[in-house]
Design a binder for this molecule. Sequence first.
Ligand SMILES: Nc1ncnc2c1ncn2[C@@H]1O[C@H](COP(=O)(O)OP(=O)(O)OP(=O)(O)O)[C@@H](O)[C@H]1O
Length: 563
Amino acid sequence: MKKYFLKSKTLLALNFIFITMCSASSVILAFILRQITDISYGGEIDRLKSVLYLMAGYSVLMGILGFIKRILRRLFIKNTMYNLKKDIFNNLISRKISSFSLENSANYISAINNDTGIVEQEYFLSLLDSFDYVITFIIATFAIFKLNTYVAIAILLSGFIPMLVPTIFQKELGKRKKEYSDGIGSFTTKIKDIFTGFEVIKSFNIEEKIKEDFQHSNESLETKKYRSGFFESIANTISEFFGFVVFFVPLGLGTYLTLNGQFTAGGMVASVQLTNYIVNPVLNFSYILTKIKGAKPINEKLCNMINESNGEEEGASKEEFRELIQFENISFSYNEERKILDNISFSINKGEKIAIVGKSGSGKSTLLKLLLRYYENYDGEIKLDDKSIKDISLTSLYKLISIIQQNVFMFDDSIKANVALYGDYTDEEIDNAIRNSGLEELLKNLPMGKDSSVGENGSNLSGGEKQRISIARALVKNTPIILLDEATGSLDSKTAYEIENSLLGIEGLTSIVITHKLSEELLSKYDKILVLDKGQIIEMGSFDELIDEEGYFYSLFNVEKAA
Ligand SMILES: Nc1ncnc2c1ncn2[C@@H]1O[C@H](COP(=O)(O)OP(=O)(O)OP(=O)(O)O)[C@@H](O)[C@H]1O
């Protein structure tokens, strides 16, 4: 985290300069007080006027310096927080899908919103404050030595006790802060789930249960916050107590010296003022040290997030797909419990159209996910033209392969933007994709056509319309390989047929299509049908071959036909 503190060097240096100027100016106040007191004790009325002018000038100077110091502090924090959030976000957005999905996305939201807020308050601002305190302490110490050596030594000796407090409480406080930060993560996850599932909650009448659930999380988070604050309060109270002790030691000694005639009344007043500038920084410094040390686990959490390798640039680039996709003896499990794919081998020539069929849960989608490198911990090898996909960078892999899925995420933007996905396409390319995905009918009924908004996550569109947008996205990308995962599931039979049929008609396009609709007309157009059961390919061949075999596919097909 230090790296971010030191990044805006010029602003940091300016902050240090103005902090030093403000601290030095504050200490001067003690000497003005000494002068005023001595004038009043000495009855020197003619010197009063010049001291009054001095005080007026001093007030104006302090006002100006204080203002500049505050603005510089805000500018510094603005730059530092911008850099920190940018790095966290950049790492998250460039992660591989497999590594991103390891955590709930609400935890990422919480890290960017809440954890950075904690780091801003407890680390960056505290570091600036600690510099302020150290400088004030040094200048005031120097000044009090000038006034009286005994008083100075007494303050310094007793002044370091409160500094021990943070060391005692650091570990416990850090633990509780981390607990609180993790709590915010779970709380954000809960709220996100509730609002995402709003319709289900309403239609299944489970509001009361959800309210109870929410209150439970709410209470648990507030308790964690209280516990973290409670420990902080104990640490602060102990620091404060020692602060008073420290304050009274030199005060007593100063009075004693004044009574013995070894100190002037003005010197006494000045030393009381200077004691403030020594005791308060020591007190605040110990308090701030507690905060800085307490923020350590959160700093580490964010640094780990930033430094985690996202693997994005692993692998070489591959510009084109020339001839073959090969799955060689692929076995895979999401976890130790169950094998999802079991020794799968097949190949697809460029331009071929492959259909994958099989019962729900047989591993069809998983097969496509492996081709997209969502997971890499499989046995066997998947190759694109003799090159293992693990050796191809994700950026170039996704320039060669696009996927159309059943669940489509929509950005709250126009239809056009959702099709182009911020890519650089001509209007003609976008219009072609819109036509081939069957979106034209929808656009005719919208006054703003393709510039109409789709709403939050496509709330203005039907399930089928969202699927057509997803198909248009893949078409406009114009990759040589397209994967369809149940992509026409929510379309009416006619539209589904038309879209699948038009994809099958694209010359040279290699497509792998997972389908549940066993339509003879469509399936007979595929070069090959893969039949999956319990993670294994149990049959493979053209539609006619599989029907002639009268095996598993034949019975699946007949069940569907009878339905
Ligand atoms: N992320 C995951 N973690 C653990 N298990 C998973 C995960 N994703 C899928 N599975 C399991 O792997 C098995 C195969 O899932 P997959 O989605 O590949 O099946 P499918 O044949 O595409 O099913 P469907 O036709 O219902 O979409 C299922 O039993 C599923 O529960």
